[in-house]
Design a protein around this ligand. Structure first.
Ligand SMILES: [Zn+2]
Length: 292
């Protein structure tokens, strides 16, 4: 599942790695030429801290390592990305877009394009139709998950290309996991209003090491703004939420791969927006169809 090239580490999902006509992978921070996030790293997003030149070089390294390069010309495939906005907007593409796309899902049946989602905690989901050779890439943070980006994205694959559930394979990439993803009551309320299985997605975590548990007297008069009570932390399992959405579209559980890795736990390997207090690089989840 782990492949390295040019010192890059790219994670692959068994459900998709078995398809010879497909290129896919989840980047990690390892490898690359960026130096602004500690050590050398593979930052694939245009961020305030990094230079355009570094990001362009990192992207070229990533595409080469993925194998998303033309046999004849030696050039890499066009990268199709979006201005991600935590929505349920899905775009169908058949060529590199002339104007930047705003949305959180891209689908295509055109070979030689690399669809890419950028993340630094959010959940990247890749889907492939093995019969019709259609692919999709989706970005699911909590807002996009609540808006059903993955259900909607697979629905668009069915509607626009005639994909049927038994032909679909999916992969959920590294992201912030339940262990680290503390959320507020407004997130719980939103999920409760959207999903009958909402209760399965949340866990109340009583942290025996939390300072307010050990020293409650310290907090009686000095509570953080917005924290009216010192109850358990609420943790959300976004992987399970998106796995359920895939199942609800008809995908068999055996056709969904979950690639291990909590971005916030393993900051040596991944970028994490939360763990880095907002100053993180970006990873990419990418998928493309090889030209014949
Ligand atoms: Zn974690």
């Amino acid at each position: 599942m782990v492949a390295t090239g040019n010192a890059l580490e790219i994670l692959r999902a068994p459900s998709l790695a078995a398809l010879p006509w497909l290129v896919h992978g989840f980047s990690t921070r390892r490898g690359g030429v960026s130096t602004c996030y500690g050590g050398r790293s593979l930052n694939l997003g245009l961020t305030p801290a990094d230079s355009k030149e570094n990001v362009a070089r990192n992207r070229a390294l990533f595409l080469e390592a993925l194998g998303a390069a033309s046999q004849n010309s030696g050039g890499v495939w066009p990268l199709v990305q979006m201005k991600q906005m935590h929505s349920a907007v899905v775009h169908r593409v058949s060529e590199p877009p002339r104007v930047p796309l705003a949305g959180d899902g891209i689908i295509t049946n055109t070979p030689g394009l690399l669809l890419a989602i950028k993340t630094a905690d959010c959940v990247p989901v890749l889907v492939a139709d093995v019969k019709r050779r259609v692919i999709g890439a989706f970005h699911a943070g909590w807002r996009g998950t609540a808006a059903r980006i993955v259900e909607k994205g697979v629905g668009e694959m069915r509607r626009q290309f005639g994909s049927v559930p038994r032909d679909l394979r999916a992969a959920i990439g590294p992201s912030i996991r339940r262990c680290c993803y503390q959320v507020g009551p407004e997130v719980r309320a939103e999920f409760d209003s959207q999903f009958p299985y909402s209760a399965d997605l949340f866990e109340e975590v009583f942290d025996a090491n939390a300072i307010h548990v050990r020293y409650p007297m310290l907090f009686l008069t000095a509570r953080a703004p917005g924290h009216s009570e010192l109850g358990p932390e609420l943790h959300l399992d976004l992987v399970e939420a998106n796995r359920r959405q895939l199942e609800d579209t008809g995908l068999g559980a055996e056709h969904i791969s979950i690639v291990d890795g909590c971005t916030a736990c393993d900051t040596a390997r991944f970028f994490s927006h939360r763990a880095a207090f907002g100053k993180a690089g970006r990873m990419m989840a990418a998928i493309g169809i090889r030209p014949e």
